[in-house]
Design a protein around this ligand. Sequence first.
Ligand code: IMP
Ligand code: MG
Length: 207
Amino acid sequence: MPDTAEARKAPASPATEDTTGLTGGAAQGPDYVIDEMISAKAIAARLEELCREIKQEFRETEQLVVVGLLRGSFIFIADLVREIDLPVEVDFLEVSSYGDAMESSREVRILKDLRGRIEGRDVLVVEDIVDTGHTMHHVHHLLESRLPRRLRTIALLDKPSRREVAFKADWTGFEIPDEFVVGYGIDYAQRNRNLPFIGKVRFPAEE
Ligand code: IMP
Ligand code: MG
């Protein structure tokens, strides 16, 4: 993990009041700051390593179905497929997760199913974070029941200390401590997905 002494502060959102109405009750302006945890450069370097292994694993595939879990994986999957020069197609699955809270509801429901069939096919599921493990445990079980030829998983981040259900992705970008993170596609109440790095959320008022 990169040196946290290099932590960089970024404004959580414009300091002015949000008038878009899109952030609902959270429109009061930022009460948190974001400290950089994993730089964009470190993410890109790790991605290159992971993609080398993934290409090796699927080298004789006819067509690899890369399944992104919405919405947190959208940047990760975009970078990932561009590093894999194999015949790929992209599909998306959306399951319910935290809503706008920082705690998992633990109940996993399908909000948007895959468009395509995966029976007899090579499948790589792409997730942003494995936290309690409930989401990926459930998704793995669900997709396995559709009898793919080969089912593999990759998570950009893993918080092993938070696990409630056993699950380990075949590839993990970075193991991180029990911190709430944002950026590179990952949100806090729908904000901060567009940060190019991974940062941890901190509330100065609570310090
Ligand atoms: P799990 O079911 O508890 O493993 O939760 C997985 C989902 O929770 C991930 O797909 C994320 O969307 C969300 N999540 C877990 N940790 C964080 C975090 O630190 N920031 C933002 N979302 C998170
Ligand atoms: Mg998610």
